[in-house]
Write a protein that binds this ligand. Structure first.
Ligand SMILES: Cc1cc2nc3c(=O)[nH]c(=O)nc-3n(C[C@H](O)[C@H](O)[C@H](O)COP(=O)(O)O)c2cc1C
Length: 281
């Protein structure tokens, strides 16, 4: 029987670092029926999105020449994905956001990524410096259109150190189980939004509001969170609506162009500082 494809996106430059080891351990946890391929994110050429919305127009594609389209092809052909990324200065390494900023072009591939089971692993040195990294990483991976079904944080500073933690295998089993949907997946997150897995909340008159998907929770006397509202914008229908809204905004532009040009003309110029040979603003 043909093996299924697990693709691991490794967000660290460190060879045999914690993120690489986590991705490989999850591959092993899936068992014989799976093949793991790895992509080292920092080795890709991913340019910043230019904000031109060309990729939203029917028949048009992103005109930046880099590895983004290649990467999207690899994501589409995978049966499941693991994204393992280190925490740098309280957030996930910046290249993940660079990738997600280019995600609108994935829409041209339809909903191919929407049901792609994906687990997200953050590697980090210390809980005290976790910051917003795990939630940002989950949101950025989901922003690519992938279905994030599980997450864990792996602690260790030196390359390989995460794998000698006592709970390493338990976390690997959880993520492998989440990808396969087997009994190992049944971990109670407790303090995370059940829809988007964020653990960042804003205060709200009715309790706590998920900082990512705006679901609402009340805190019970025992400290647990009871979620009672899920914002329709972040349902599958809501996301389709949002794509339609973006396309409407793109279509609206020619009608507003002259008015907006008049506004822009009063803000022309400026003193722009650039390094040698770089283009100015
Ligand atoms: C530039 C830099 C910034 C870091 N910032 C943090 C941080 O804010 N919080 C944290 O817990 N660990 C931080 N770390 C530690 C790494 O997240 C940790 O060593 C992780 O296991 C590295 O994963 P890797 O082996 O896959 O590269 C930082 C490491 C580097 C190199």
């Amino acid at each position: 029987m043909e093996k299924k494809k697990l693709t691991g996106i490794v967000g660290s430059s460190r060879r045999l670092g914690n993120a690489e080891i986590v991705a490989k351990a999850i591959g092993e946890g899936l068992g014989e029926g799976w093949d793991l391929s790895l992509i080292r994110l920092p080795h890709l050429r991913i340019q910043p999105c230019k904000g031109c919305y060309a990729c939203l127009q029917p028949g048009m594609s992103c005109n930046l020449q880099d590895d983004m389209a290649w990467l999207l092809d690899r994501l589409c052909e995978a049966d499941a994905l693991v994204v393992a990324v280190p925490d740098y200065i309280l957030g996930p390494v910046g290249m993940v956001k660079m990738l997600t900023d280019r995600a609108l072009q994935a829409l041209a591939r339809g909903t191919a990524l929407w049901k792609k089971r994906t687990v997200v692993a953050l590697t980090l040195g210390r809980e005290e410096y976790r910051g917003y990294a795990d939630t940002a990483l989950i949101a950025q991976v989901a922003g690519l259109g992938l279905d994030v079904v599980g997450t864990e944080c792996f602690y260790g500073t030196h390359p390989g150190e995460a794998a000698i933690a006592v709970d390493f295998q338990e976390k690997i089993d959880h993520l492998a189980g989440a990808l396969l949907g087997d009994e190992r997946a049944s971990v109670e997150y407790g303090n995370r939004c059940p829809r988007c897995l964020s653990d960042l909340f804003r205060t709200h008159p009715q309790g706590l509001e998920c900082a990512v998907c705006k679901s609402l929770a009340e805190r019970k006397d025992d400290g647990s969170l009871h979620f009672f509202f899920f914002h329709p914008e972040f349902s599958e229908e809501g996301q389709i609506e949002h794509i339609n809204w973006l396309q409407m905004k793109k279509a609206e532009y020619p009608h507003l162009k002259n008015r907006l040009k008049a506004v822009q003309s009063s803000y022309q110029g400026g003193t722009w500082l650039s390094p040698p040979q770089a283009q100015t603003g």
